[in-house]
Design a protein around this ligand. Structure first.
Ligand SMILES: Cc1cc2nc3c(=O)[nH]c(=O)nc-3n(C[C@H](O)[C@H](O)[C@H](O)COP(=O)(O)O)c2cc1C
Length: 220
């Protein structure tokens, strides 16, 4: 059995955070650990049991640097999008706004340092692009890999590794496709995540809206 942190299922689910400033860029991550996380990710569901998910695992330093530069450029565009950029979103009260600004500091940090993570993970779905695809197909294609990637992130957290779901590079998805040879016309990237050991393993549940504020019992 691999060495995992002593976390209950609920602790694992409630403490798998977007890790950015606490990524340890100096400590290498073994290929075997990545394989374990992907093996667990492959237990996730897929439409028609079709398993169209693929994981591009980038360890090469020059490719990571190049992807990090694409991410940095996209992040600059994102920062100019008022109402979209994490820092520009008003959460309605002082406590939540202070938390939002801390999250923005963390996101800004990753904007500058993505390429320094020892491993970058690009989960993809194969067969078609989502652009212009009818909703039923698009939702199915995306969900063939997104639950798998979340399982990967949970498996990583259980092993003392941190991840962060990011989508900003999709503004320049083709540039990243070209760096690692992804056939852009047939393969859709759904996110980009750093993978690194975390500095410390203690993470806390985040403040979230209570269930009854988002459940629509029997009727929207
Ligand atoms: C669809 C999606 C896109 C995201 N894109 C980015 C991103 O491009 N850059 C980033 O730093 N974080 C990104 N995040 C992470 C969120 O900012 C993060 O999940 C949120 O602030 C809550 O933080 P927590 O996951 O630690 O609770 C994204 C998350 C999701 C689900």
């Amino acid at each position: 059995m691999p060495a995992t942190l002593p976390l209950s299922p609920d602790e694992l689910l409630s403490t798998t955070r977007a890790v950015r400033k606490r990524l340890d860029f100096e400590r290498p991550v073994s290929d075997d650990l990545v394989r374990e996380c992907v093996d667990l990710a492959m237990q996730s569901p897929s439409g028609s049991n079709n398993m169209t998910m693929q994981f591009v695992v980038v360890r090469d330093a020059e490719k990571r640097r190049a992807i990090g530069e694409v991410y940095r450029q996209c992040y600059g565009i994102y920062q100019s999008l008022d109402g979209v950029y994490i820092r520009s979103i008003d959460k309605g009260d002082d406590v939540a706004n202070a938390q939002q600004q801390r999250s923005a500091d963390s996101a800004d940090y990753l904007g500058e340092h993505m390429g320094e993570a020892p491993v970058l993970i690009i989960p993809c779905t194969v067969g078609a692009r989502l652009d212009g695809t009818p909703a039923m197909m698009a939702a199915s294609m995306a969900a063939n890999v997104m639950p798998a990637m979340w399982s990967f992130m949970l498996a990583a957290r259980a092993r003392g590794l941190g991840t962060c779901w990011t989508t900003i590079h999709l503004m320049m998805e083709q540039a990243v496709a070209d760096i690692v040879g992804i056939p852009f016309d047939q393969v859709q990237q759904v996110c980009l995540s750093p993978l690194a050991y975390t500095k410390g393993t203690d993470f806390k549940p985040a403040s979230r809206p209570p269930a009854d504020s988002i459940i629509h019992w029997d009727q929207w």
